[in-house]
Design a protein around this ligand. Structure first.
Ligand code: NAI
Ligand code: AKG
Length: 304
């Protein structure tokens, strides 16, 4: 679809998210840009060419795009809601099971010739607290019901019909923290949600809770999690995302009850196709003046 539409396609030559100084020259003369988890800060937008009309996020989260600066320049920003939800929900569950049963540690030890006795935890009958019951949070809730878990959820815009249908208990943020054995984060990173998991909110959790983060690294104060793991307050931490990506040699890696993945929640054949198709469609729709339902910066656009 893109090949038929575009006269020229410029590709990311780095095979990883772009930093501002790498992105700026690539945008020269470009009309539309399909953005990964690149650094699309105000500095990039300030230097963006006047030809640039649309930034089409290949993905859901757009915390790394300065949508206000884009709007002020008349650049439309779109995303691909729901396209990777089932894949991320799968990974959140994978991390939950991996931490509860120490699967990566067991795998590593067994392959080295060891035969350790590892005592884990069942998910069966445990309470899962979901913070952010959107597309991914709902996928996690549905899976949890299949594992016979009690599910609590906090979301300021909670979908009551979904909760009724799947037996999810609508809860306050504090209730989710204090009653859950597992807590899984599925909310966007914004100024108000940065470090929503910190030493104070961790202190409100059950002793031995397991924290899972497949949303954004900035939601979690990693130092506070480190201290909580060291003190045994948290039993484990499973994360796909980091405050700084890639994280380098994080102190968190010293714990065998910490399971990490390289921001790969949406890295499945299915999600990649769905995100790519929708990102291309959004880009073409905006450039051809068609209605696009997935614009995320309407409030900042001068002309709506
Ligand atoms: N690891 C990965 O590869 C991926 C990570 N993500 C991250 O996961 C996040 C969630 O994705 P989706 O479920 O698809 O988005 P969504 O937009 O469908 O759901 C987000 C939910 O969070 C709720 N929310 C907003 N502020 C909140 C707060 N302060 N407390 C609790 N809930 C709050 C919203 O009302 C909404 O229901 C994205 O923002 C993105 O950062 C998304 C896809 C892939
Ligand atoms: O955009 C990506 O490549 C990763 C997916 C993601 O984090 C998102 O959809 O928010």
């Amino acid at each position: 679809m893109l090949e038929q539409f575009a006269s020229e396609i410029v590709c990311n030559p780095y095979n990883r998210p772009l930093m501002a100084d790498e992105l700026i020259p690539l945008l020269e003369g470009v009309d539309g840009y399909i953005a990964g988890v690149d650094d699309v800060s105000a500095r990039v937008i300030d230097k963006a060419p006047s030809t640039l009309k649309v930034i089409s996020r290949y993905g859901v989260g757009y915390d790394q795009v300065d949508i206000k600066a884009c709007g002020q320049r008349g650049i439309v920003v779109t995303n691909t809601p729901g396209a990777n939800a089932e894949s991320v929900a799968d990974l959140a569950f994978g991390l939950m099971l991996s931490v509860a049963r120490q699967i990566p540690y067991a795998d590593e030890q067994t392959k080295r010739g060891g035969w350790p006795r590892i005592t884990g935890l069942e998910l069966y009958g445990k309470t899962l607290g979901i913070i952010g019951l959107g597309a991914i949070g709902k996928g996690v809730a549905r899976r949890a019901k299949g594992f016979s878990m009690r599910v609590l959820a906090y979301d300021p815009a909670i979908d009551e019909a979904f909760c009724r249908q799947y037996g999810v208990e609508i809860s306050s943020f504090e209730e989710v923290l204090s009653k859950s054995d597992f807590i899984s984060l599925h909310l966007p990173l914004k100024d108000e949600t940065k470090h929503i998991i910190n030493s104070n909110t961790i202190s409100m959790m059950k002793d031995g809770a397991i924290l899972i983060n497949t949303a954004r690294g900035g939601l979690v104060d990693e130092q506070a999690v480190y201290q909580a793991l060291k003190a045994g307050k948290l039993r484990g931490f499973g994360t796909d995302v980091f405050e700084v990506e890639p994280p380098g040699k994080s102190p968190l890696f010293e714990f065998k009850n910490v399971v990490v993945t390289p921001h790969m929640g949406s890295s499945t054949v299915e999600a990649i196709n769905a995100m790519a198709n929708l990102a291309v469609k959004n880009l073409i729709d905006v450039l051809t003046g068609k209605e696009c339902p997935y614009i995320v910066n309407r409030e900042y656009l001068k002309i709506v």
